[in-house]
Write a protein that binds this ligand. Structure first.
Ligand SMILES: Nc1ncnc2c1ncn2[C@@H]1O[C@H](COP(=O)(O)OP(=O)(O)OP(=O)(O)O)[C@@H](O)[C@H]1O
Length: 666
């Protein structure tokens, strides 16, 4: 019996609520380390030493949220899961009682077959239910878990979309939290529900067995109950240590993933091979892995010790109970059926208590994970919302004004913009030039309201950008970013993503592609605009077949072709008030660059536009050229004025022009 009980205890204790390779993570509050997000990020502040009562209330509230989420995702499968769990919990007690009844009847002298039949039939039915109910329950649970996973993932990413600025995405603590929240969507609601069910089912089993044991005297009750308390306490302590360890390994794993991606991805493949940096990065990757392994080993050692002691304790108690019961039977105080019932009750109770403890610990861990999920779902918007409600953004008629704008990316960073005051008049082309790091792209990001100025203001026809919804502002503009995206999708998708309303409108897509000078390239691809611009999804059955003559193989474009595609994506957003082009031609050959600038010039004619370029030839036709240096506008005027002025612009222009002058002619 001892072996049986130990096995039960190990099984229960081993059920750590982890699925496959997925590692449940935890929230910051158990780490002991203070994990506070500043008011800027609007995150919930978690501090060490929260009051136990408040924490418990928080746990209950989170359990309720997880259960409600599962219920909303699929009430029927959840109901079936609950029913099956409760029936499964009652079956061991019923089986033990029927076994005792059968044995007692058999031990009675002169028993009749009809006497044994009812408990024997009960045992048969219980056996049949044991064979079927857990399987049905597990099938229903799978459906319920997946539905809850889909719903919580949808809610999570809908919340992420609410963060209209960039600051959160640059915050490593937020990235950690988001990663843990994503893990949570895959498993937490289902596992919390399962944990609650296991506790309820375990409680039912324990109550049933204890009720059965009561008939044999109170001593056994005390003995069995006494083993339950340390089991529960130890499991909870283990859960806290485990959670703390996972929080510590989180940044290590993030760095390991980074190195893995560098070593296995295409982006870095050329440099790694040419510079021979693979071994160095591999060593760094392994160092991160070893560091996280060390943390895990410590936790596992603690696990081993605690679980080992618990199993030993369970075995000792079982042994004592068995000897005690056999002794009573030898004295004739109890029958054979009673001994069997006692043995089953001790084993069943210990198994159930261990399962409850494990479920409590697992649920506790999952709730800490769920905390990250809730933290993101409930986080305040990252850009302040006007208290008196947002204002409508009028069509641009006068212009955009930067008034004494100061900006730094965080309190720890130096100022990127120092008191910039500029006016971009309606209908005019303004160019922004300056050396690397002078703040040009930062100015564009503020114009898109990815951040708000630290000091000063930006206004659109007199309306402060902070008073309008970022989405309204962005609807009125189009941008080619310096670090544009290369979507590993079809060519059509790559353009259509600029304006989802035009995604299925092929003539509109083609006209944008023509404007960007990339139509001929795309039309010549194996499947025209429907060609995937990636090899990532090759062979997933989604990209054509040999029968229809098309190939699954995607096509890779050149850097300049990607850049034209990004321009097409921006230009498909027709009729916008403001066009921003941040280095739109940096990857183009001279003739393509000339071609693109001519087309863009035609497109910008009569519109308000902001053009950033290091190629000063491309900006000379602008109505106004602003020269930025160290985050400040140091010069402004037309090309001729600035060249005549002999300042920074004139220096840069002459430097560039000298590269095109044939010295032999001089
Ligand atoms: N996300 C960021 N977080 C912190 N600092 C940043 C960030 N982006 C830019 N910076 C810093 O802000 C300053 C201005 O950068 P910005 O990208 O605006 O320059 P730029 O004029 O566009 O340069 P380039 O010509 O090289 O594109 C730089 O010192 C840069 O290091």
């Amino acid at each position: 019996m001892a072996a049986f009980v130990t096995h039960e205890a190990q099984e229960g204790g081993g059920a750590r609520h982890e699925t496959g390779g997925a590692r449940p993570e935890h929230g910051p509050e158990v780490s002991g380390a203070r994990h506070a997000h500043g008011p800027e990020t609007g995150e919930v502040r978690h501090e060490h030493g929260r009051e136990a009562g408040g924490a418990r209330r928080g746990q209950v509230a989170r359990i309720r949220e997880a259960v409600i989420l599962s219920w909303r995702a699929g009430p029927v499968p959840l109901s079936v899961t609950v029913l099956c769990s409760l029936v499964s919990a009652a079956l061991p007690v019923a089986s033990a009682l029927w076994t005792k009844a059968v044995v007692d009847t058999l031990a009675r002298p002169g028993f009749a077959f009809a006497d044994v039949l009812p408990p024997a039939a009960g045992l048969v039915v219980a056996g049949m239910l044991v064979a079927v109910v857990p399987r049905v329950g597990s099938y229903a649970r799978g459906i319920s878990d997946r539905a809850a996973g889909v719903l919580s993932q949808d809610l999570l990413f809908a919340s992420v979309e609410r963060f209209t600025g960039l600051r959160r995405f640059e915050d490593p603590a937020f990235q950690d939290r988001l990663r843990l929240a994503q893990q949570s969507t895959a498993q937490t609601p289902g596992q919390v529900v399962q944990g609650v069910l296991e506790c309820a089912a375990g409680g039912l089993t324990v109550a049933g067995f204890l009720a059965s044991v009561t008939t044999l005297g109170p001593a056994m009750l005390v003995l069995v109950a006494a083993t339950a308390v340390p089991v529960l306490v130890a499991q909870l302590r283990l859960a806290r240590h485990h959670a703390s360890m996972l929080w510590k390994v989180s940044p290590l794993e993030r760095r390991e993933i980074f190195y893995t991606m560098l070593l296995s991805g295409l982006d870095a493949a050329k440099e790694l091979r040419l510079f021979g940096t693979g071994p160095v990065l591999r060593l760094r990757m392994l160092a991160e892995r070893r560091a996280s392994n060390l943390q895990r080993r410590g936790a596992e050692r603690r696990d081993l010790l605690t679980q080992g002691c618990l199993s030993l304790l369970a075995a000792v108690v079982s042994g004592v109970a068995l000897i005690w019961a056999v002794n009573l039977a030898a004295e004739g105080a109890i029958g054979v059926g009673d001994v069997l019932l006692l043995v089953a009750s001790v084993a069943g109770t210990q198994g159930a208590v261990t399962r409850i403890a494990s479920a409590v610990a697992g649920t506790h861990r999952q709730l800490l994970l769920f905390d990250h999920y809730l933290g993101i779902i409930r986080a305040e918007p990252d850009l302040p919302v006007p208290v008196a409600g947002h204002r409508e953004l009028p069509e641009l008629r006068r212009g955009i004004e930067f008034r004494d704008v100061w900006f730094r990316y965080s309190d720890d960073h130096p100022w990127a913009l120092h008191g910039v005051s500029v006016f971009i008049p309606y209908g005019q082309a303004v160019a922004l030039v300056g050396r690397n790091g002078s703040g040009k792209s930062t100015l564009v990001k503020l114009l898109c309201r990815f951040y708000d100025p630290t000091r000063g203001s930006i206004s659109w026809d007199g309306t402060d950008l902070r008073d309008v919804r970022p989405e309204d502002l962005r609807e009125r503009m189009t941008v080619v970013f310096q670090d544009f995206m290369r979507y590993e999708m079809t060519a059509a998708d790559n353009i259509g993503l600029g304006d989802v309303t035009a995604m299925g409108d092929r003539p509109v897509l083609e006209s944008a592609a023509r404007l960007a000078g990339v139509h001929d390239t795309l039309a010549a691809l194996p499947r025209g605009y429907d060609t995937p611009l990636t090899r990532m999804f090759t062979g997933d059955g989604d990209g054509g077949s040999e029968e229809d003559g098309s190939s699954d193989d995607g096509v890779l474009l050149s850097g300049g072709q990607w850049q034209r595609l990004a321009i097409a994506r921006a230009l498909i957003r027709r009729g916008r008030d403001l066009v921003v082009l941040d280095e739109p031609s940096s990857g183009l050959d001279p003739s393509a660059e000339h071609d693109v600038h001519t087309r863009l010039g035609e497109h910008r004619a009569g519109r308000t536009s902001l053009l950033i370029s290091h190629r000063l030839g491309a900006v000379r036709s602008a109505d106004t050229i602003l020269v930025l240096s160290g985050g400040t506008v140091i010069e402004q005027g037309t090309h001729d004025e600035l060249v005549t002025g002999g300042g920074e612009y004139a220096t840069l222009f002459r430097l560039q022009a000298s590269g095109y002058t044939d010295d032999r002619q001089a």
